[in-house]
Design a protein around this ligand. Structure first.
Ligand SMILES: Nc1ncnc2c1ncn2[C@@H]1O[C@H](COP(=O)(O)OP(=O)(O)OP(=O)(O)O)[C@@H](O)[C@H]1O
Ligand SMILES: [Mg+2]
Length: 306
C-alpha cells in the first residue's frame, strides 16, 4: 500500500458573532492508494479536494485521523517524504518564480535536497523531456512562457526528484481547452510510470486518469470505485446524477445541465450532503450512512444498508 487515509477529518472553526462553529472541510475519509495505482478525486467546488491534496503533501494537518505512507504516519517521516510525494497546483503562475529560467526552476528541488552537482544535469533534462518542455524553451525565463508551457515546467519540477506519487490539483483548469487537452494527455502518459492523485471536477478527465474514483461532496466521501465500474454503474445516486448530467461535448449543446441544488436548507452538515437533490432521499439520510462494501467498492448510502 502506497498511501492510506484513515478516518481523516479536517475541521475549521468559523467565528459567527462570537459563537464558534465547527465546520468540516473533510470528514471521516478512508482511502487507499496501491503502489503504482492512480486515483481521481472527483468533486464539485467546495467538496474538499484541495484540502485533501494539501493534507497529503503536509501543507495541512488533519484534525483527526492519520495519513500513512507505505504504512508509516507521514508526520513521522522526515524530509525523505518530500522527495517521495510532490504536488502540481492549479495555477502555474503562482508556483513558479518568474525570474528563474526554465532550467533553474526545474533544478531547484535538486539543489534544495542537496543533490550532487554532477547528477543534476541528467535529472533536469529527463524531467523536462518527460514533461514535454521543448528544448528551445529551456533557458527562457518562466515569465515569458504561455500558461500551458508553464504548467509543463511545474510538472517537470514535480518529476525531478523522481517521486512515487504526484498530487495534481486541477492542473488543467486554468488553461485553454486545447492546451488543457495536451496536459491531460501528459498525465495519461505519466500514470503509466507513477502514481497520480488527480484532482478534478471534470468526470470525463477523472475517468481517463484515475484507475479508481473517489467521489467527494461537501467534505464527505460518497463512493470509492474502480473508474470503469463507476462509469458503467455508479453506486451512489450522486454519481449517477453526475453521469446523467455530463456537460455536452459540443459547445452548441451546452446549457442543458440541471444544476445541483446543493442540499439547500435541508443539509444540516450532519447527514448525506446529496439529500436535497436525491430522488431516494428519506428520513434516515439526515444521518450519514455507514460504509458499505459491494464487490470491492465502497459506497456511503442508506440504499445499500440492510
Ligand atoms: N483555511 C481554511 N479556513 C476555513 N475554511 C477553509 C479553509 N480552506 C478551505 N476551507 C473551506 O473548506 C471547503 C473545502 O475547500 P477546498 O478548497 O478543499 O475545496 P475544493 O474541492 O478544492 O474546491 P474548488 O473546486 O473550488 O477548488 C470550502 O468550503 C472552503 O471554503
Ligand atoms: Mg480546489
Amino acid at each position: 500500500m502506497l498511501l492510506e487515509l484513515k478516518d481523516v477529518s479536517v475541521a475549521f472553526s468559523s467565528n459567527l458573532l462570537f459563537r464558534k462553529k465547527k465546520f468540516y472541510a473533510l470528514r471521516d475519509i478512508n482511502l487507499q492508494l496501491e503502489e503504482g495505482e492512480s486515483l481521481t478525486l472527483l468533486g464539485e467546488s467546495g467538496s474538499g479536494k484541495t484540502t485533501l491534496g494539501r493534507l497529503i503533501v503536509r501543507l495541512l494537518k488533519p484534525s483527526e485521523g492519520k495519513v500513512l505512507y507505505r504504512g508509516r504516519d507521514i508526520y513521522r517521516l522526515g524530509r525523505e517524504y518530500t522527495k517521495e510525494v510532490s504536488m502540481v497546483f492549479q495555477d502555474p503562475r503562482g508556483s513558479l518564480n518568474p525570474r528563474y529560467t526554465v532550467w533553474e526552476a526545474a533544478e531547484e528541488p535538486l539543489i534544495v535536497h542537496k543533490f550532487p552537482k554532477n547528477l543534476r544535469r541528467g535529472r533536469v533534462e529527463n524531467a523536462l523531456l518527460s514533461a514535454g518542455v521543448e528544448r528551445n524553451l529551456w533557458f527562457r525565463r518562466t515569465s515569458e512562457l504561455s500558461g500551458g508551457q508553464r504548467q509543463r515546467v511545474a510538472i517537470a519540477r514535480a518529476l525531478v526528484l523522481n517521486p512515487s506519487l504526484i498530487v495534481a490539483d486541477e492542473p488543467t483548469s486554468a488553461l485553454d481547452l486545447s492546451i488543457a487537452y495536451g496536459i491531460l494527455k501528459l498525465f495519461e502518459k505519466l500514470r503509466e510510470e507513477k502514481s497520480i492523485l488527480f484532482i478534478t471536477h471534470d468526470v470525463r478527465m477523472g475517468l481517463r486518469v484515475g484507475d479508481r474514483i473517489a467521489l467527494l461532496l461537501r467534505g464527505r466521501l460518497l463512493e470509492f470505485s474502480p473508474s470503469e465500474e463507476f462509469a458503467k454503474n455508479p453506486l451512489h445516486p450522486y454519481g449517477k446524477y453526475l453521469l446523467d448530467n455530463l456537460p455536452a461535448k459540443s459547445p452548441f449543446e451546452r446549457g442543458k445541465k440541471i444544476p445541483y441544488e446543493g442540499g439547500g436548507d435541508i443539509f444540516s452538515g450532519e447527514g448525506c450532503p446529496f439529500i436535497g437533490t436525491c430522488p431516494y432521499g428519506e428520513r434516515r439520510c439526515q444521518k450519514f450512512p455507514p460504509a458499505v462494501e459491494i464487490e470491492g467498492r465502497m459506497v456511503y448510502c442508506w440504499l445499500y444498508v440492510d
